[in-house]
Design a protein around this ligand. Structure first.
Ligand code: SF4
Length: 368
């Protein structure tokens, strides 16, 4: 990560923050964390800022990043400076383009860092649409289930770079340059401002991105289950809302291995297997038999003006009554179905009680 210049204020470095997304519950700032990699102490400091200025809970996003919500509009200059001082926005121009999801394994850390570094070094790549998604994964890794545009599949000494179902194999050291060249070709082929993803291109232009590539079909594994994973700890964050106490429990000592935030509202804590009890005591999930493994919800009321349904409160009420081995349920306040999981699930639309949420899971069982 590029260090911010000490001679510039955080606001100067972070022009995008001066125009945050504003919803019914205030302004929202999205912090992009390439590959979900971020130091634990930094998460604790972001959590402290959230508590001071807005909604105390940080939101984990479906791209493995963090949001601060319920902030004043306009944003206080002190908050913008504090975020800039954390070094999380090395280039305001590139900020919306730094969308990289990745498998939460340490062996990919160097590829993610090199990809982000290469992206930041090219002013032209700042033009990538905010919806454009790069993925870095192991063969058949869970990140390949996400709606990526360009994927890097690490095979060890070499890697495949994939776009539109075609792959080219290159030495590992050439992977970032190859992937970013494909991103430039996408930018050159864009038809209009609404061409956000490779799949939006006409078929003949998609084929032209990687002529002669070998066919590639992904068969991604599911996300890692909560619990110990070797020396590491996989922690599920209920509803993707991380409190200050929980952030503190995950932080641990500042060290060379960052936390790995996943697109599945979980966090992998390197070397954290021995801390499972302390982490679980804060309400985070560290065992695979929790109902939170099958329960998600959109923001709902009062955060979203499109519904009167308090989706998160209803999900919390229903959690103890759901079958952890049953079909996943996503509680929503309208048919936009924000934040829905990419895996198979049923929806509970505008439930009026916890029983309605439970019934949604049971109804799917009866249909099966
Ligand atoms: S699904 Fe509908 S109600 Fe829920 S957050 Fe999205 S727009 Fe709002």
């Amino acid at each position: 990560m590029t260090s911010p210049s000490p001679s510039r204020s955080g606001a100067d470095r972070c022009p995008g923050l001066l125009a945050p997304f504003v919803s019914a519950d205030g302004a929202m700032v999205r912090l992009r964390l390439p590959g979900g990699r971020v130091d634990g102490r930094t998460v604790a400091e972001i959590s402290s800022l959230a508590t001071r200025y807005g909604d105390p809970a940080l939101t984990l996003t479906s791209r493995g990043s963090l949001q601060l919500r319920g902030l004043p509009d306009p944003l206080p200059r002190a908050l913008i400076d504090a975020i800039g001082d954390l070094g999380l926005i090395p280039s305001g121009d590139h900020d919306r383009a730094r969308n990289i999801v990745a498998d939460p394994v340490g062996s990919l850390d160097d590829l993610i860092a090199a990809l982000d570094e290469g992206l930041l070094a090219d002013p032209g790549l700042a033009g990538l649409p905010g919806r454009f998604l790069l993925a870095v994964a192991e063969p058949d890794g869970p990140a390949l289930a996400e709606p990526w545009d360009i994927a890097i599949v690490d095979d060890g000494s070499a890697a495949r770079v994939v776009v539109d179902g075609r792959a080219t194999t290159v030495p590992r050291g050439q992977v970032p340059a190859t992937a970013l060249e494909l991103a430039r070709r996408f930018l050159a082929a864009r038809v209009d401002e609404r061409t956000w993803n490779v799949r939006d291109l006409p078929a003949d232009l998609r084929v032209g991105l990687l002529p002669g590539g070998a066919p590639f079909v992904a068969d991604p594994a599911g996300p890692p289950a909560p619990g110990a994973l070797g020396d590491d700890l996989v922690v599920l964050v209920p509803l993707g809302l991380l409190t200050a106490e929980q952030a503190g429990a995950l932080a641990g000592p500042r060290g060379p291995k960052p936390l790995r935030l996943t697109p599945w509202r979980s966090i992998v804590v390197p070397g954290g297997a021995g801390r499972a009890a302390d982490v679980a005591a804060t309400g985070l999930v560290t065992t695979p038999d929790s109902p939170w493994t099958v329960l998600t919800a959109c923001a709902g009321s009062p955060s979203c003006a499109r519904t009167d349904t308090a989706t998160r409160d209803l999900a919390r009420s229903a959690a103890a009554h759901l079958d952890p081995a049953g079909t996943p349920v996503h509680v929503i306040g309208c048919d936009r179905a924000c934040g829905h999981p990419t895996r198979a699930h049923v929806t509970s639309l505008n439930p009026t009680s916890a029983a309605d949420v439970v019934a949604a899971q049971h109804s799917s069982i009866r249909k099966a």
